[in-house]
Structure formats: C-alpha cells, structure tokens
Design a binder for this molecule. Structure first.
Ligand code: ZN
Length: 153
C-alpha cells in the first residue's frame, strides 16, 4: 500500500473513532450483545433489530473503546444496515479474512472497511477490530434477549 493511501485510511479511521456513526440505542425490538475486549479495555454494546427474514433493519452501538474498535463498530453499522442475512454474513466473513490473513485483493464490497486491513500485523489490534463483528455474529445467532461475547472466550 502506498503512503498516500495509508494516510487516507488513517484519516477515515480517526474520523469514525472521533465521530462514531449510529452511536445510540434502539428503542424497541432489538437484540443486545455486550462485546468485551479486556486486553484493551474496549466495551461495545451492540443493538440490532432484525426483520422477519433476519435481515438487518436497524443497527446501532454504544460503549467505549480505542480508536480501532470504535471505527470498526461505526463502519460496521453503516455497512450492515439494510443488508439481508446472507449479505451480512458474507461481509462479516470478508472482514475477518481481511484482518486475519494476507489478502491481495480485499473484497470490494467492504468499501471503507478496508481501512482496517492494516491491523493484521498487530494481533492485539485484530481483537479490537473484530470485537463489534463478533458481537454482531452473536446477535445473528441468538433469537432474542441479550448475549455476551468476549475476545478472551
Ligand atoms: Zn481496542
């Protein structure tokens, strides 16, 4: 990756960390998952309302954490809202691949999420980037109520 692109990615990341999008709660009908990353101190509370077909109708988050975890959560909510269950699963898989393996061509569908690719060199940061996504996968798996997920589990 050239330096200019690297800098652009940093800016996108910091912008989302400073001004997270979709930060807040969902009033009704949401599944809540508390994501915990004790090694960094990130705590992401994910709120998702699924449609009848398990598509992502609404998705928001609250909590606190480092720049990587907040940017990942912010970008994730933007990317997942309005997706079908299959699209959301595919994006979660592509993101996991992006941050854990050396991929020559990141899946284009990831869009701005590709800024997270740089974390793969830093295992501790991979946990931060994955935290909101692990919470989302937990939300997808559960039918109602609340769940918990931890990077240490
Ligand atoms: Zn973190």
């Amino acid at each position: 990756m050239n330096a200019e692109l690297d800098e652009l990615y940093q800016q996108v990341l910091l912008d989302h960390a400073k001004r997270p999008r979709n930060f807040g709660e969902i009033a009704e009908g949401a599944v809540h998952v508390h994501g915990d990353n004790p090694s960094c101190g990130d705590e992401i509370h994910l709120h998702v309302r699924f449609g009848e077909d398990r598509g992502v109708e609404e998705i928001k988050f609250t909590g606190h954490g480092c720049a990587i975890s907040l940017a990942s959560a912010s970008l994730m909510t933007m990317k997942l809202r309005g997706r079908t269950a299959a699209e959301a699963t595919a994006l979660a898989t592509a993101l996991r691949e992006l941050v854990t393996t050396e991929v020559a061509e990141p899946t284009a569908a990831l869009g701005d999420l590709r800024v997270l690719g740089g974390v793969r060199k830093f295992p501790q940061r991979v946990k931060c980037a994955m935290l909101p996504w692990r919470a989302f996968e937990q939300a997808q798996a559960g039918n109602a109520g609340s769940g918990r997920v931890s990077t240490e589990a």
